[in-house]
Design a protein around this ligand. Sequence first.
Ligand code: PLP
Length: 402
Amino acid sequence: MTLKYISFLKFIKKAIKLVALQSKFFVMRKLQMVDLKSQYEKIKEEVNASIQEVLDTNTYINGPLVHQFQADLENYLGVKHVIPCANGTDALQIAMMSLDLKPGDEVITADFTFAATVEVIALLQLTPVLVDVDMSNMNISIEAIKKAITPKTKAIVPVHLFGRAANMDAIMEIAKAHNLYVIEDNAQAIGADYTSKDGSKKKVGTIGHVGATSFFPSKNLGCYGDGGAIFTNDDALAHTLRGIVNHGMYERYHHDVVGVNSRLDSIQAGVLKAKLPHLDTYNKARQEAAMKYSTALGKNPNLWVPTICEACDCHVFHQYVFRVLNGKRDALLEHLQSKGIPCAIYYPIPLHSQKAYLDARYKEEDFPVTNLLVKEVIALPMHTELDDEQIKFITDSVLEFV
Ligand SMILES: *Cc1c(COP(=O)(O)O)cnc(C)c1O
């Protein structure tokens, strides 16, 4: 290649870049299911400073930032103890390990959720009992819980699905009546508030005996890797949990119980410490985007959209999931994808139909809602950086099809 040719190529490359940059001002920002890059651009300095602090102080594991983030999160949630750990699945597992549960004990959870919840129950040789969900909020059905209770039932694991609080008043009532533990899977609803019948307000995840969350990057409070945490107001339980995450050690090299190694590393804690002050703003942005989606889509008789009550903050829209009632869900998915709109099905298969969790006790007629939801639900892009132009393009594209 001649030098001239190479410089010509360089010129062309530069020109293309310039055109691409210019067109940013005329063309809608690229649609993404989750836009972490645009979010990072706005908090770059705080996040970078946090990460730099870890690098400068060489405190990669158990560093001061882990403890600072833990204290900040306790304060934010209004909970006595936050125990950071490596991811949300670990958080659920460790929460269950900390309770007085034995192999064969039955643990009731929702059929319509991500598999992590049921996976840890099975891993600990507890018996998962999957139950149907409620059509109104897609969360665990109170009637179904009542029907599933046996003398072997020891715990209930409600999942605050898609960011919406489960019916905690009713769940806590049942738990009290039957002496059961409640472990909240709060991986999708951090920051949501739950208002009890008596008017008191609590952060979701701090109502049951123990709560578990995930800081997976796409969650409402996400780090830039893996992370998780366990919450409890019970001092003795917190002590037990702190030992379990650290190889069952309560005193150095004394292993009192079988534990695991599950740590939130300092760099992730730094990212989270920088992002936590923005969580309420982020959740508000999600709620506003959801409101715009629901306003535009809600009038169409072929669609069911999540209701949004302006007065309460019980839904922080980890996902915006609506239902297509005329049998055209899969066709809509294809239509949207063909227009460059990312969308997804959460979740396409009920857990009770998954090979790993088949159980002769389950009957199809016990899961009418889940069996319907898996055929009707579809999720639209949902994150903190959606603008009106993007939302209008998405909702117009849905409406022109249904
Ligand atoms: C993400 C998620 C988990 C697992 O969290 P990880 O950090 O990915 O292990 C558990 N339960 C639910 C409902 C989730 O959405």
